[in-house]
Design a protein around this ligand. Sequence first.
Ligand code: 5AD
Ligand code: SF4
Length: 493
Amino acid sequence: MDINIQPPEKEPERQFYFMELAAKLREEFEAKKGGRATYHVTTFGCQMNARDSEKLAGILERIGFIEDQSEESADFVIFNTCTVRDNADQRLYGRLGHLKGEKYRNPNRIIALCGCMMQEESAVEKIKKSYPYVNIIFGTHNIYKLAELICIQGLHTGENTGTGNAFPTTAGIYGCGMVIDILRGTDEVVEDIPSVRKYPFKSGVNIMFGCNNFCSYCIVPYVRGRERSRKPKEIIREIERLAADGVVEIMLLGQNVNSYGKGLEEEVSFAELLKEAEKVEGIKRIRFMTSHPKDLSDELIEVMSSSEKICRHIHLPLQSGSSRILKMMNRHYTKESFIELALKIREKIPDIAITTDIIIGFPTETKEDVNDTLEVIDRVGFDGAFTFIYSKRANTPAAIMEGQVPPEESRRQFDRVLTAVQESSRKRAAERTGRTEEVLVEEMSDHDPDFVSGRLSSNLVVHFKGEKELIGSIVRVRLDECRGFYYIGERVI
Ligand code: 5AD
Ligand code: SF4
């Protein structure tokens, strides 16, 4: 590719052009540094962000950066941020504050911020004011543009290389050496951007972006934009490529996979997509995340129950067991309909693990509402749950609702819910004692150097004696001893 010509307009060609150009900047940087240019990506938040980080790493490696395990010593540091709750925001500010001290020791370091939090104007304003040493800010819609942004910013080499602002972009705002490129919304889905997988044998696969549900507490629809599905053909092509590259487990990712396919030229349901994904040779396990209870179809339950590859696990966020609170949350289901759905899934797919998310302390929530949540936990018997104290997010409808719950009361109710879900998860896990199940071996165990760890189809973790050669393969393991939320087992040959 000739990089003296104007950058192509079309994606992803345009980005490959900038990756080459950025590689030249990297070479200049390395000549001055007298060593290799390194990067570190820190991910906050959900699976979606984790997958985006793999794409960021893929672009950086294509440019020629090598990974540095440490955020402090890397030349190029990216924070892929989350803003779903306030504590995620606070964690980022903490890390940035920490790097400030470090920054003076490494004036060449480039700090880039991206992800959900950057889609919020108030957060960007705060960073401009309080953390002016941040170099690049971009959002969730333009992850694929990292190389282009690096070219705009240039790489520091102790002096200004003069490469900054060489290629102004349409949405760029320039000031105080910070390159900011936030898109408020886009329909564009750019395919074929390189990525580096954290695990060689498993990978996330985005099937859709954004969310249209507007649950009243949630900031995601504002920061990730409207729902857009990738074309089934593109998804299957990616899965085929992953399989050819040694991947055996895929996780299909979307904020609400049950509404996959809406708005596509050729409408396809999520269940149909799963059927296609199943046909890909080499793929042995399929997971997906997240399912909204309001539109989980019988067709999906049917496809899951008759599948050999779809894992026996569904993440089905309850949020609250009180129908009154669910209505205020804009969730479109009730306590009764949730219980009915969960029990139907259990009946049709024996052995399935159902996990959930629960929010405690939503505006006006009383002890009686929490009693309803406890009742759902009891009736459904969750295999696992993430419990969160409600966090007020700016500009969401719930933020201005009357009856915000005092933190000490939320904490008290939170403890009741936590105790119940822990008990339920322990009980469900223990039911498998003595059974022999398939385990995908993922890594060496951190419990014992002679042990490896892996996951059951239900997503439960198992540690058993084994060598590192087993990593990436599926083996049969007898589940001997349940230790709360994981098992110690023994391989059965
Ligand atoms: N406060 C607390 N928890 C929240 N979640 C989303 N928004 C908020 C909020 N404002 C939780 C929900 C969701 C999970 C990813 O995060 O339970 O399912
Ligand atoms: Fe947020 Fe609700 Fe969309 Fe999930 S479904 S991302 S909780 S708005």
